[in-house]
Ligand binder design. Structure first.
Ligand code: AMP
Length: 193
């Protein structure tokens, strides 16, 4: 299986690139943010719980997030691989993902990390807020909170994958197609090794 952790701060282009990668490599796209938003829209119990965190730009607790990710992944028994988009966001989640994949006799192939300077992230998120109507993209304080939480709780996951020699940094500024090609060449390098 090809299991890609697509990593990066909010606004780094994970969703955009995940959509392209899924198509090219025939993978299942698992975005915890999308799962939470669908549940909020559907007014499920999970949605009611998640909403309070998403509105403030805080992380949904690990237990809840890990559970939902595993139950979504388990629906895909014949997948050729996964793109994990927005997961893991903490070391605890990264450890849980390793365990889960091991139970399926597989593992994370690599973490591809989209690197984008903070100033650019703020600009992109505000712009996305205007187009998409995402509430958490419209408030500069919530945006800053998400960026701060990324640095504090999420960025340490890079070291987790560096220790496993699976971390690859990709420049996330430029044309969508150029960034996509850079991601593909990293993936192709392991596929052909
Ligand atoms: P995203 O669409 O990935 O930017 O996620 C939107 C929001 O969903 C985040 O700001 C968090 O509130 C929540 N969220 C998404 N993924 C996770 C995760 N792996 N752990 C905790 N919270 C998450």
């Amino acid at each position: 299986m090809l299991n890609i952790v697509l990593f990066g701060p909010p606004g780094s282009g994970k969703g955009t690139q995940a959509t392209k990668l899924v198509e090219k490599y025939n993978l299942v796209h698992l975005s915890t943010g999308d799962i939470f938003r669908a549940n909020i829209k559907g007014e499920t119990d999970l949605g009611k719980l998640a909403k309070s965190y998403l509105d403030k730009g805080q992380l949904v607790p690990d237990e809840v997030t890990i559970d939902i990710l595993q139950s979504e992944a388990t629906k895909h028994t014949t997948a050729e691989g996964f793109i994990f988009d927005g997961f893991p966001r903490t070391i605890t989640q990264a450890e849980a993902l390793d365990k889960y994949l091991a139970s399926r006799n597989t593992s994370v192939t690599m973490m591809l990390s989209l690197e984008v300077p903070e100033e650019e992230l703020r600009k992109r998120l505000l712009l996305r807020g205007k187009d998409s109507g995402r509430a958490d993209d419209q408030n500069p304080e919530v945006i800053q909170n998400r960026i701060d939480i990324y640095h504090r709780d999420t960025a340490p996951a890079k070291e987790f994958y560096t220790a496993q020699k699976k971390y690859r940094a990709i420049n996330g500024v430029g044309e969508i197609e150029t960034i996509f090609q850079a991601l593909c060449s990293e993936i192709n390098s392991v596929q052909h090794s």
